[in-house]
Design a protein around this ligand. Structure first.
Ligand code: HEM
Length: 165
């Protein structure tokens, strides 16, 4: 049901002027992939630091501790850049990404990872607003942080794996 629709979609994208133009410029994929990699470095740094903080591994007096909140803005921008650069790669070679089950898995993992990050961010704000709390997240939040780390690493792996499937 979904696959014929995705096949049709990728055929339609392939025939657009933009896709044809991208296919004609050899260096463009390398440039866009470089941008994708730079953005994912920013996002992964922000996600790892904030999850380590949530797990209690990163202590208050550690030099990286302030980065957890300082990197929130750059992380949002990085996610947008990843989305836009990913979109350019998809338009350039729609079938390679859209019809690939690993790419589809990567997108599902990404949705799950974003939901985990939003949940943790809300939980951290809630705890920070209660002065009686010692800013310690509970067991469930720590479990979510651990799952979140696993999801981001799986997304990274899936991103690379697309090229070999
Ligand atoms: C936001 C939406 C995203 C879209 C639409 C997207 C799309 C893509 C596409 C189409 C490729 C090319 C795959 C290929 O043909 O080999 C790619 C590569 C890759 N992506 Fe994403 N991506 C997104 C987000 C992410 C995120 C969040 C991460 C990691 C945290 C990530 C990690 C990677 C990696 C490691 C590669 C391989 C780069 C390379 O080998 O040069 N992507 N992505």
């Amino acid at each position: 049901m979904i696959n014929p629709f995705i096949k049709q979609l990728s055929l339609s994208i392939e025939q657009t002027y933009l896709s044809q133009s991208l296919q004609g410029v050899e260096w463009i994929v390398a440039v866009v992939q470089t941008v994708h990699i730079l953005a994912l470095c920013t996002l992964m740094t922000a996600m790892m630091i904030s999850n380590f903080k949530a797990l209690g591994i990163l202590h208050r007096n550690h030099v990286l501790y302030p980065l957890a909140s300082a990197l929130k803005g750059p992380a949002h921008i990085a996610l947008l850049v990843l989305f836009l650069s990913g979109l350019v790669m998809i338009i350039g070679e729609p079938a390679r990404a859209l019809l690939n089950p690993i790419f589809q898995l990567k997108m599902l993992l990404l949705i799950a990872a974003v939901i985990c990050s939003i949940y943790l961010s809300v939980a951290q704000k809630r705890i920070a607003n209660h002065s009686f709390s010692k800013n310690n997240l509970h067991f469930f939040e720590k479990l979510i942080a651990l799952i979140s780390i696993g999801l981001w690493l799986a997304i990274l792996f899936a991103g690379r794996w697309i090229a070999y499937t």
